[in-house]
Design a protein around this ligand. Sequence first.
Ligand SMILES: Cc1cc2nc3c(=O)[nH]c(=O)nc-3n(C[C@H](O)[C@H](O)[C@H](O)COP(=O)(O)OP(=O)(O)OC[C@H]3O[C@@H](n4cnc5c(N)ncnc54)[C@H](O)[C@@H]3O)c2cc1C
Length: 502
Amino acid sequence: MDNSDVIIIGGGLGGLTAGARLARQGRKVLLLEQHSVPGGCATTFRRKGFLVEAGLHELDGLDASDTKTTIFRELGVFDKVDFIRLPEFYRVVTSRTDLVVPDETGAAIEVFVKAFPSEAKGIRTFFSTIHALRDEVDRLPANRFLTKLLYPAFPLLYPKLAVLHKRTLGEFVDTIIGDEELKVALLANYPYYHDDPYTLSLLYYSMAQSSYYRGGGHFIKGGSQRLSDYLASVIRENGGLVLLDSKVTRILTEEGRAVGVAFRKKEGDEQIARSGTVVANAAPPLVETMLPDRERDLLKRRTGGLTPGVAWLSVYLGFRRDLAAFGNRAYSTFILGDGALSLKAQSPSRRPGFDKRGFAFVDYSRIDSGLGAEGKSFGVITTVDYIDEWEGLDDEAYRRKKDEVAGLLIGRLDRVLPGIAGEIEYAEVGTAKTVQRFTGNPGGVATGYAQIPSQAGMNRLEHRSPVPGLYFASAWSRPGGGFTGAILGGWSCAAGILASKS
Ligand SMILES: Cc1cc2nc3c(=O)[nH]c(=O)nc-3n(C[C@H](O)[C@H](O)[C@H](O)COP(=O)(O)OP(=O)(O)OC[C@H]3O[C@@H](n4cnc5c(N)ncnc54)[C@H](O)[C@@H]3O)c2cc1C
């Protein structure tokens, strides 16, 4: 193959965003994706007449303070992809609480204070702290070394960051709120970031949660594949190449530097592509297996011992009629474990069974989603999943277990939305194993390394790897996972490459 300026391994959102920015800046980009469609976790697929969203429930922000707004403007995303603002943040249902939480700070405070009046002070402190942390991070200098130089002045310049950057969400909330029921309702969506609030970085949580309370949540009309396809088209239209069904098997190095890759198209012969800049959107543990021994050891010195984040199980649901008529009160409903309800006790990291583990139900019929099928609608149940719960099963046992889990979760949903089970025409379970099969991500983890304080913020894996010429742009590196993390990561990785080459 002709030499490229940049080779990207993987067409998830991090790889696509980096590729789109670099191609727009005149770099000759070659993106290699092992799957038959671009997008990684950001894809849709057709099943029994339904258009199924594989991942996206909601995307935060898109307000003026959100960097994604600038990125999408610069890449022309808003001209081609429609974002639908969700009607509210979420509904949370526990054995004692049933609240609909708005996606705007003042209105959300009102709802929580009305339900838990004795905790009004703590509720206000919670919101002011997550916003202050985000504002302080936004004010940090773009240059990392400058930020390090400023460390001694942090207590003065960035007072919240200075005190709270090493805190976990659970520890922090325990200092301001006493009512366990409130903690559970206020933090209902934390499993989107990590499976344990007592190890989840407060800083990372605040960045994402503050964005939801400022800009709201959004869905991509027609599904997340629209965004992935558009970003791939930007690469192509700017002289780049996006090769699907193309799996990178090795990263080539010379004198310790990345100089290209070897890849295979389906079962074809190995092909070689050369470039002095290689960007890995594929997970770093996979990258380790692609490198020669010396470079692998070098990389492992940085990544060895890092803890992976959370995986999810989805029960995709096609409904025989439009659920809009069903009277569900929210787009996202968090249905939390029965029984002893404290933040600690209901943490999925304690591995309650699927009969107790909290889950989210997303009802896409609440918006004009472009999913589902004519006169019908689509929804999904999602909960935290662990790949080891699915290991060691033969095909039949795996299928049986998936059916059992779907039955349990649908049954619990039906208790909150009576009759909904009878509306289901199609149900399919995607486990952590499924995500691993389609993306290669170890453990089926969709958000990269866990967002615990030692791996979040300034401590997160850098874009520039220890192997010269090799970069990371994915949920696993800075700033982290989710659509937003992967997009911001791809964008800033590309900025680093452009700066180092100009
Ligand atoms: C069920 C589910 C629900 C989710 N819901 C939300 C949500 O509501 N909101 C939100 O913000 N985020 C959500 N996420 C998370 C979000 O989708 C991911 O964090 C993000 O898309 C990850 O992007 P990434 O760039 O790291 O790449 P990934 O999506 O992990 O993709 C990596 C790509 O690399 C490719 N690859 C790997 N190895 C090779 C190789 N050797 N050669 C070529 N290609 C290779 C893979 O095929 C894949 O396409 C969800 C994820 C899942 C799974």
